[in-house]
Design a protein around this ligand. Sequence first.
Ligand SMILES: [Zn+2]
Length: 75
Amino acid sequence: MAKTDNITHYVCDRCAADAYLAANSAASADWREVERYDQYGSRASRLLCKACTDAYKQLAAKQDAEFQQFMAKKE
Ligand SMILES: [Zn+2]
């Protein structure tokens, strides 16, 4: 097909990787919008490619574990 409608341009907020993908394509599922609250309660939303999503999951898992440890201390 020479012309395809409904293409979305994805750009990773972390590494600047980009892709032009159809909304229902399998590759579009690799991109994730992640949300995070900082210490002041401000919400940040970022679009991440597959590689950065995998790296973010590791970071989030580490932070989850640290939060659980923090909550377990009763001093
Ligand atoms: Zn990326």
